[in-house]
Write a protein that binds this ligand. Structure first.
Ligand code: ATP
Ligand code: MG
Length: 490
C-alpha cells in the first residue's frame, strides 16, 4: 500500500509524533499552530494511549522481620562461619549438626550482647541452621503446601504463586553469593554444577519439586531460581469440580474417556494444570493394566500397582550420558506396555507416542504446550516434521487422526483460576484438514464483584460423539448419554 493515497481517510497522529503530511492538514490551522505537536493534533483526532499506572507492588509478609533483624543475622552468621569447622560439621548427621550450630549461635548472641526477644532468637536459630544446612530463606516457603511456585529473581526479590495469583514476598537472601550457594547445593544433589561456565541447570529437590536455575552472566540481575513445588496430595477430579475447573457432568465425560481407553492429549499453557489433569485421568486406569510413564521429572502419582516409572536424564557435567524422552518412549514399546503416559511431549517422541497409540496401546496419554486443540495437533505435526522424519504432511495428519481421539484444553485464566476450556474430538481428515468436534466448552459470562471469572461448561449439542462406540464397548454408554444430556442442557 502506498502512503498518502487514502486522502479521504482520517489521519491519526500520536501526540508528540511527526506532524501529518502537509496535504492532509488544513493550511490555516497549520500556519497558526503555535507548536508542532499541537499542529498534528489539530488536523486529526489524537489517540490517547492508556499506559497502566505503575502502583507500588503489595508485598506478602512471609515473616515479620525488620532490617535490624537482617543486620543482626549477618553479624551472627559471619561470626559463626569464623568459628565452626564446616568440614567437621559435614561429618555429623543433620540433627547433631543443628544442635552444634544452635549452641554456638546462642554463645555468639550472648558474647555480642545482641538484644532480641525469645521468639525472635528462636527464629534466628532456625534461620541460621537453614542457611548452613538447608535451603536458607527458601525453607519457610518450601514447608508450605499452599504454594505452587517459588520464583527467586536475585537476592532481593522473591515471588510465590498462591491460589493461582503471583505475589511478591519479603523473603530475601543475604546477597547473590548466598543465593548462588543455595542453588549450588540444590543442583549438586542431582550430580550437577551451576556456575559461570555452565549457567543453566534443571534439578529436583528431595521432595520431588522441579527446579530450574539460570545464573549470571545469562541472568543479568543475579541467580534466578524457579521451583514448581511438588504437591504431596495431588488434586483429584472431584477437587477440580469443587474449584469449578470442570462441571460435574464434564468430569463424568472425562472419567468415561479415561476408562474407555481413548488416546488423549492434554494441551495448555505453562502452569495451566496439564500435569494435574493428566494425573486425574490416570485415576481411571484399571488396576490390572501395565502402565509405563515417561517424564522429565517424575511428577505423576499413579495409584495402580502395576506402574513402571521412567525419567529422562540430562547430560552430565562433561556433556555426555543424556537419555532423551524419545529414547525412553522407544524403549517403552519393548516393555510390553498396555498404556504409555508421556509427561510432556515436546520433540520427536511425538512420533513414537502416535505409533504407540496406533498399535494397540489404547488409552495412552500425554501433555503438550499449546493454546487450542487445533494448535496442539499442528504442534504435533511440526514436532514430527522437525524431528527429521521425512514424511509427507498428509501422512503425518493421517497418523494424527488415526491415533489421537481426544484433546482436552486447560487454561489459567486472568483471575488465576484454572479451567478446562474444551474437550474436543478428532473426527478425521477432510482433504488436508483435520476435522475437530467440540463436545464441551467453557463459556465466560463475565466477572463477579471480586474480579473472579464467572462462566459455565456447556455441551455443544453432540448426542453421540465419535468415542460412543468405545464407551459402549466398556458398557458406559448409559452414563455417557446422561452426562451429555446434562451438558447439552446447561
Ligand atoms: N484446576 C486447578 N485448580 C487449582 N489449582 C490447580 C488446578 N490445576 C492445577 N493446579 C495447581 O497449579 C499448579 C500447576 O499445575 P500443573 O503442574 O498441573 O501445571 P502444568 O500445566 O503441568 O505446568 P507446566 O507447564 O509447568 O508443566 C500446581 O500447583 C497445581 O496444584
Ligand atoms: Mg506439567
Amino acid at each position: 500500500m502506498a502512503f498518502g493515497k487514502r486522502s479521504g481517510s482520517p489521519v491519526t497522529t500520536l501526540p508528540g509524533s511527526a506532524p501529518a503530511p502537509a496535504a492532509t492538514q488544513k493550511p490555516a490551522a497549520a500556519a497558526s499552530a503555535p507548536k508542532p505537536a499541537a499542529q498534528g493534533a489539530s488536523s486529526a483526532p489524537s489517540v490517547k494511549l492508556k499506559v497502566p499506572e505503575l502502583k507500588p507492588e503489595p508485598v506478602r509478609k512471609v515473616n515479620q522481620h525488620s532490617d535490624q533483624y537482617y543486620t543482626t543475622k549477618t553479624t551472627v552468621f559471619n561470626a559463626l562461619i569464623d568459628t565452626i569447622d564446616l568440614s567437621q560439621l559435614a561429618q555429623l548427621d543433620t540433627e547433631s549438626a543443628r544442635e552444634e550450630i544452635r549452641d554456638i549461635v546462642v554463645e555468639i548472641i550472648s558474647i555480642k550482647n545482641v538484644v532480641m526477644s525469645i521468639s525472635e532468637q528462636e527464629y534466628l536459630l532456625d534461620d541460621i541452621c537453614n542457611d548452613v544446612l538447608g535451603y536458607g530463606p527458601l525453607e519457610p516457603l518450601l514447608a508450605r503446601d499452599d504454594i505452587a511456585d517459588i520464583m527467586v529473581n536475585g537476592a532481593d526479590t522473591t515471588y510465590i504463586e498462591v491460589n493461582g495469583k503471583i505475589e511478591r514476598t519479603n523473603i530475601r537472601f543475604r546477597d547473590n553469593a548466598q543465593l548462588m550457594n543455595i542453588c549450588q547445593r540444590i543442583v549438586s544433589q542431582v550430580g550437577r554444577r551451576v556456575d559461570e561456565s555452565s549457567p543453566i541447570c534443571d534439578a529436583r529437590l528431595l521432595d520431588g519439586s522441579r527446579v530450574n536455575v539460570i545464573a549470571p552472566p545469562l541472568a543479568i540481575d543475579g541467580p534466578t531460581l524457579t521451583i514448581r513445588k511438588f504437591k504431596k496430595d495431588k488434586l483429584k477430579l472431584h477437587d477440580l469440580v469443587k474449584f469449578g475447573s470442570i462441571s460435574e457432568a464434564g468430569a463424568e465425560v472425562l472419567r468415561i474417556i479415561g476408562h474407555s481407553r481413548c488416546n488423549v492429549l492434554i494441551s495448555g499453557g505453562t502452569g495451566s494444570g496439564k500435569t494435574t489433569l493428566l494425573n486425574c485421568l490416570t485415576a481411571f486406569i484399571e488396576p490390572g493394566e501395565r502402565v509405563i510413564t515417561c517424564e522429565d521429572s517424575a511428577e505423576l502419582q499413579l495409584q495402580q500397582p502395576h506402574v513402571v516409572r521412567l525419567e529422562t536424564r540430562p547430560p552430565n557435567i562433561e556433556g555426555s550420558g543424556e537419555i532423551t524422552m524419545r529414547e525412553l518412549v522407544k524403549n517403552c514399546l519393548r516393555m510390553r506396555p498396555e498404556r504409555i503416559i508421556v509427561g510432556e511431549v515436546r520433540g520427536p517422541e511425538a512420533f513414537d507416542l502416535l505409533q504407540a497409540m496406533n498399535t494397540g496401546h489404547d488409552g495412552s496419554m500425554g501433555t503438550l504446550h499449546a493454546n487450542s486443540p487445533r494448535e496442539a495437533l499442528s504442534r504435533v505435526e511440526s514436532m514430527i516434521t522437525m524431528g527429521g522424519f521425512s514424511l509427507p504432511a498428509k501422512t503425518i495428519r493421517e497418523m494424527i487422526v488415526g491415533s489421537i481421539d481426544i484433546v482436552v484444553q486447560a487454561s489459567r485464566l486472568r483471575d488465576g483460576s484454572r479451567r478446562i476450556m474444551c474437550i474436543t474430538e478428532v473426527l478425521g481428515l477432510e482433504g488436508d484438514t483435520i476435522v475437530l468436534q467440540d463436545i464441551l466448552k467453557y463459556e465466560i459470562d463475565g466477572e463477579d464483584d471480586d474480579g473472579r471469572i464467572v462462566g459455565r461448561h456447556r455441551g455443544m449439542g453432540i448426542g453421540r460423539p465419535r468415542f460412543w462406540e468405545r464407551a459402549s464397548y466398556y458398557n458406559m454408554e448409559r452414563e455417557l448419554a446422561d452426562a451429555l444430556d446434562t451438558l447439552n442442557s446447561a
